[in-house]
Design a protein around this ligand. Structure first.
Ligand SMILES: NC(=O)c1ccc[n+]([C@@H]2O[C@H](COP(=O)([O-])OP(=O)(O)OC[C@H]3O[C@@H](n4cnc5c(N)ncnc54)[C@H](OP(=O)(O)O)[C@@H]3O)[C@@H](O)[C@H]2O)c1
Length: 329
């Protein structure tokens, strides 16, 4: 098979298209003939060697895939050869064949494309766990989503709308604002403005009133996160998802005390590892919403396998709007 391999951590140029041996499924594992993979921001951190968990070199990165079950190991009961599945792994998806634990394979709806299944992958359950499990979203609440046109951002806008929230989407360009609106955002806050601290608060208060927002989902960090602290409502919840901007913010504890604010971290993959049955249940709900037309991943671009460098460069350069997908065969 062909696989994208990292032999030495570094820039995306270090990711090489090579021939590799087909993996063999062990007990409880599923071998998938991979049709589509989607790129996640953390893939670049893994390639660069700066992610919190790193596989031993050499390895194939990639966390999201969709394809057809080619073989199953002993004891697999959840799927069989020929089934179309979406699947998630800590790494290894950037290959034409990939072995995944059976609990991380999710049978796809009949009419779903491999591209959509891969694109929904990590981001939609991350958004669901952020809002429902960590944020304890209540019907009718106001949700502010930073980086609302990115992978996690688009998914969070759609899921918040599917849950009935009023959505405020923070983005840094007119094009991203259009996408956020198309995905259902009720209000837009622009972050490409002078004096972000005050301008952010003014825009949010103008949109939803001075009470502010009940939940902030933040995959961005940095200055946008800091600005958001000023618009959180009494008893609001801030869900920390990531730091795409590069700076990990710091918060004064007194700020949380004064308005009864809860700040909650989310590491979605640890739910997948520790309570996979809960993730299976969320995945079934997401597929049902997809079939009902309530959510649909936004695929910005699809690339053939040999053009993978172009695909990764879009995400590296912060130009990803929704998801970028690579077709593996
Ligand atoms: N905790 C978890 O379980 C979990 C799961 C998945 C992803 N994540 C993390 O969530 C973050 C976002 O992931 P993603 O897949 O949504 O990424 P993405 O598609 O690249 O979107 C990131 C967004 O962040 C904003 N941003 C601000 N400064 C940026 C910069 N210097 N470079 C890139 N983006 C920048 C951009 O929106 P604006 O410019 O419009 O603000 C962009 O749309 C990453 O840090 C990722 O590691 C965490």
């Amino acid at each position: 098979m062909k696989a994208l391999i990292v032999r030495e951590h570094g820039p995306i140029a270090n990711l090489l298209l090579e021939d590799a041996a087909d993996p063999v499924p062990g007990p409880g594992q599923v071998l998938i003939a991979v049709h589509a993979v989607s790129i996640n921001f953390p893939d670049l951190l893994v390639i660069g060697g700066t992610y919190q968990t790193l596989p031993t070199l050499p390895f194939s990165p990639g966390k999201d895939l969709a394809g057809v079950v080619a073989a199953v190991g002993a004891g697999v009961t959840t799927c069989k050869p020929g089934d179309r599945v979406a699947a998630q792994n800590e790494y290894g998806a950037y290959a034409q064949r990939c072995v995944v634990p059976q609990m991380n394979c999710y049978t796809m709806p009949e009419r779903m494309s491999f591209t959509d299944a891969a694109a929904m992958g990590l981001t939609f359950p991350t958004a669901h766990f952020a809002l429902v499990e960590r944020g304890q979203y209540q019907p009718g609440e106001i949700v502010l989503i930073n980086g609302a046109a990115g992978g996690v951002g688009v998914a969070t806008v759609q899921i918040a709308k599917a849950l009935g929230a009023t959505v405020v989407a923070a983005v840094d360009s007119a094009g991203k604002a259009d996408l956020a609106k198309t995905n259902g955002a009720d209000h837009i806050v622009r972050t490409d403005v002078p004096n972000l601290r005050d301008a952010f608060r003014d825009q949010v208060f103008k949109a939803v009133g001075k009470r502010g927002v009940d939940i902030i989902v933040d995959p961005v960090g940095g200055d946008v996160f800091d600005a958001g602290l000023r618009v959180i409502a009494w008893c609001g919840r801030i869900i920390i998802v990531g730091f795409a901007e590069g700076r990990i913010p710091e918060v004064k504890a007194g700020h949380l005390l004064v308005k009864n604010i809860a700040m909650l971290g989310l590491q979605y993959s640890s739910y997948r590892d520790r309570v996979p049955e809960k993730v299976q249940q969320v995945q079934r709900e997401l597929f049902a919403w997809y079939e009902a037309g309530r959510i649909k991943p936004h695929v910005m671009a699809e690339f053939a396998l040999q053009d993978y460098q172009q695909a990764l460069a879009i995400v590296r350069d912060g130009k990803a709007v929704g998801k970028v997908v690579i077709r593996m065969r």
